[in-house]
Ligand binder design. Structure first.
Ligand code: ADP
Length: 344
């Protein structure tokens, strides 16, 4: 029966998800050279099969010039959006079983964060990023399970001001939170994104039009009621396109731009502090030091599953940011969130 099919599917998913639990997975993605710069020298010397990437630093000599970094996976410049999503899908599906999942995009401006999360162009599904593919999957699976679980899906979009604090308690099928927008299809979401500018509930900035100096958090809330047992499932998926991680030159930024840069740097460094505290298994995790870490608190510890896509640009003039990005990412990859690590 379809009920048993779903139970079996859940059991298999549960096993897959157990593998992912308790760690922060880190995937590194290298973007290609942009059009017109295809002959440039690449700082990516070699991408190995087991999540290793070798960086060539042209500013260093001898054995200091090459450094290897290790992650769960490394995706080279020719890897498609579809392939990227294939390795993300098990996490997305687990949201429908009531897990909290958080997916970050980290890297300097221009390294491909928005490309991974949203894609360059919404008109062709082939280039859709993780956001839209995830939504499509969530709607499709919830339809497949319709005679077993009644699902409701809604989302909030939060930008750098982080003023829509949405931690709604989803009690009953009637979700009372005003900033929670119920959606029934990927098309609904696309329409909302397009009118996002006008729609206060979705935040002031449309997902694809944000500035590189702001964070954007798309939160998808899934609420399900099992028809036979009446039990309730609550899952949540945060898709986070972080502000560019580059250091802002203080002599260049003035006034509002400096204030904005300091604010963004503060929340990125607060994220770094939370990650360090988790890595050291500190008794106190400083979630409250920034709005960003507060919003993500339920997804950065304990039972949550977290994936960070770190992005690097291959150009020689990005080498400084590339190295600091990869060092930050290795620190993230070393974190155990309570449970024993099951891989690496
Ligand atoms: P970020 O969000 O990190 O500032 P973007 O996602 O806007 O960077 O990417 C910068 C530019 O590089 C864009 O023109 C984007 O289309 C292109 N780009 C990024 N990643 C890829 C990729 N994997 N394949 C092709 N083009 C890419």
């Amino acid at each position: 029966s379809s009920y048993h099919k779903v139970l079996e599917e859940n059991r298999m998913l549960y096993n897959q998800v157990q593998d992912l639990k308790g760690t922060i997975r880190v995937y590194c993605r290298v973007r290609p050279f942009l059009q017109g710069h295809t002959n440039g020298q690449s700082t990516v010397d070699y991408i190995g099969e087991n999540g290793n990437i070798m960086i060539l630093n042209p500013l260093k000599q001898g054995k200091d010039a090459r450094k290897v970094f290790s992650f769960n996976k490394v995706f080279g410049p020719t890897v498609s959006q579809e392939q990227i999503y294939e390795d993300t899908r098990p996490l997305i599906r687990s949201v429908l079983d009531g897990f909290n999942v958080c997916i970050f995009a980290y890297g300097q401006t221009g390294s491909g964060k928005t490309y991974t999360m949203s894609g360059p162009d919404l008109t062709t599904e082939q280039t859709w990023g993780v956001n839209y593919r995830a939504l499509r999957d969530l709607f499709q699976i919830s339809k497949e399970r319709a005679d077993v679980v009644k699902y409701e899906v809604g989302f909030t979009l939060t930008t750098n001001t982080l003023d829509i604090r949405n931690n709604s308690q989803l009690n009953g099928l009637n979700v009372p939170d005003a900033s929670w927008v119920p959606v029934a299809s990927t098309q609904d979401v696309l329409d909302l994104m397009r009118t996002g500018q006008k729609n206060r509930a979705v935040g002031a900035t449309a997902l694809n039009e944000r500035s590189s100096r702001s964070h954007s958090i798309l939160t998808i809330h899934v609420y399900g009621k099992e028809l036979v047992s009446g039990s309730i499932l609550k899952g949540c998926l945060h898709l986070v396109d972080l502000a560019g991680s580059e250091r802002v030159d203080k002599s260049e930024a003035v006034g509002d731009r400096l204030k904005e840069a300091q604010h963004i740097n503060k929340s990125l460094s607060a994220l770094g502090d939370v990650i360090s505290a988790l890595a050291q298994k500190s008794a106190h995790i400083p979630y409250r030091n920034s709005k960003l870490t507060q919003v993500l608190q339920d997804s950065l510890g304990g039972q949550a599953k977290t994936l960070m896509f770190v992005h690097i640009s291959p150009e020689v003039n990005s080498i400084g940011e590339t190295i600091s990005t990869l060092k930050f990412a290795e620190r993230v990859a070393s974190i155990e969130l309570g449970a024993a690590r099951s891989n690496k």
